[in-house]
Design a protein around this ligand. Structure first.
Ligand SMILES: *Cc1c(COP(=O)(O)O)cnc(C)c1O
Length: 395
């Protein structure tokens, strides 16, 4: 092995950011379940507050367990630094509040996580921070949607739940010329499948609740980016709004990350199998999956995504009542929002995750009353398919 060769993703997911010798030789990172840290002398306390001496002060400012998670996520996303939060929305709000000021404009991908949309409305009503949506599909279209006061482009790709993919390198190139920051919500793909920072984007956000944690037992969020932006967010919107993660939840994420690569491989493999089977079932009108080789944007997708991910959406060929009947006939697959868990989960965006979007806007986004979103889990794909098939056959 060459001496300067960097360890690969799978290896870093297990080792990066942690050294047992700094923690009493503990194999796994200890949970530093403490609110505060003691100073040996008054002078030492003063030096730490003045930033003249490294060391911990108080767990809202930094905590050793949380720091291992932040360092590991920064390395996996190929960013300089990271911050962990108590939820994905705490990370989204700390970012958008931190990056914008009154009368700024945020340009967004057409299709956003429901609560991100809610936050944008709040920022507009209370703080006059404006937003609009764009397909972000081609250079001239992007340029025509950028305004004088646009300071931030906020992207989800693939877009939930329609699975449309945005060309991140293209958006980043245009944004850079204009001095606009590009923020990408990378929750659906994780750094194992897509690394927006390497494509020129400025910040990556995760709902750690999903694939990063991976076991449906924790709510968490993460931001990764340059040292400069992360330092700024750390001493402003993280410290003073305070949406931090607990040491125990950070530890759960660290445990989840160790198996991220093997889990994602299986999520993708299962999703590819189910995509092919669903596509050919007579009761299915359409299946939306970024790993679809027949997709017109497939070439661009393969440039920025390693695989298609573990989430797909499909439309029942029938009425809303057929969709209800189908979902209620499932025996193995639980009905639940969230995604990225070991369990396959199904949900109905029109009445659940996107129920707050007005009907006309929702239909324009491609979310019909017959559309269902499947987060493909880690069960044997044959068993997932058998459940889907028996429910489809009951229609
Ligand atoms: C779940 C989710 C969020 C919000 O994360 P929480 O951890 O639930 O606060 C943001 N973006 C996307 C794409 C999500 O799926």
């Amino acid at each position: 092995m060459k001496k300067d060769r960097k360890p690969q993703f799978e290896t870093m997911a297990i080792h990066a950011g942690y050294s047992p010798k700094n923690h009493h030789d503990s194999l796994t990172p200890p949970i530093y379940q403490t609110s505060t840290f003691t100073f040996s002398t008054m002078e030492q306390g003063a030096r730490r507050f003045a930033g003249m001496e490294d060391g911990y002060i108080y767990s809202r400012l930094s905590n050793p367990t949380v720091e291992v998670l932040e360092e590991r996520m920064a390395i996996l996303e190929e960013g300089e630094a990271a911050l962990a939060f108590g939820s994905g929305m705490a990370a989204v709000s700390a970012t958008l509040i931190g990056l914008t000021k009154k009368n700024d404009h945020i340009l967004c991908s057409k299709g956003l996580y429901g609560c991100t949309y809610g936050l944008l409305q709040l920022l507009k009503e209370k703080y006059q921070i404006n937003y609009s949506f764009s397909e972000l599909s081609a250079a001239d279209e992007i340029l025509s949607n950028i305004q004088e006061n646009t300071t931030c482009i906020y992207i989800e790709t693939p877009i939930n739940p329609t699975m449309k993919v945005i060309d991140l390198a293209l958006v980043a190139r245009i944004a850079k010329e204009k001095g606009i920051k590009v923020v990408v919500d990378n929750t659906f793909l994780t750094p194992y499948l897509q690394k927006p920072l390497t494509l020129g984007c400025d910040l990556v956000i995760h709902s750690g609740t999903k694939y990063i944690g991976g076991h449906g037992d924790v709510i968490a969020g993460i931001i990764v980016g340059s040292q400069e932006i992360i330092d700024y967010l750390k001493r402003t919107t993280q410290k003073d709004i305070g949406g931090i993660i607990s040491p125990f939840d950070a530890w759960l994420l660290l445990r989840g990350i160790k198996t991220l690569a093997v889990r994602m491989d299986r999520h993708c493999e299962n999703a590819e199998k189910l995509h092919a089977l669903l596509k050919n079932h007579p009761k299915i009108k359409a299946v939306y999956y970024p790993g679809d080789k027949g997709h017109p944007d497939f070439k661009m997708m393969t440039r920025q995504m390693k695989k298609g991910g573990g989430v797909l959406s499909f439309e029942i060929d029938g009425t809303y009542e057929d969709a209800v009947k189908f979902v209620n006939a499932l025996k193995l697959i639980p009905i639940a929002v969230s995604l990225g868990d070991a369990e396959t989960l199904i949900q109905h965006p029109a009445s659940m995750t996107h129920s707050s979007v007005p009907e006309e806007a929702r239909l324009k986004m491609g979310i019909s009353n017959q559309l269902l979103r499947l987060s493909v889990g880690l069960e044997a794909w044959e068993d997932i398919w058998e459940d889907l098939k028996q429910a489809l056959d009951s229609l």
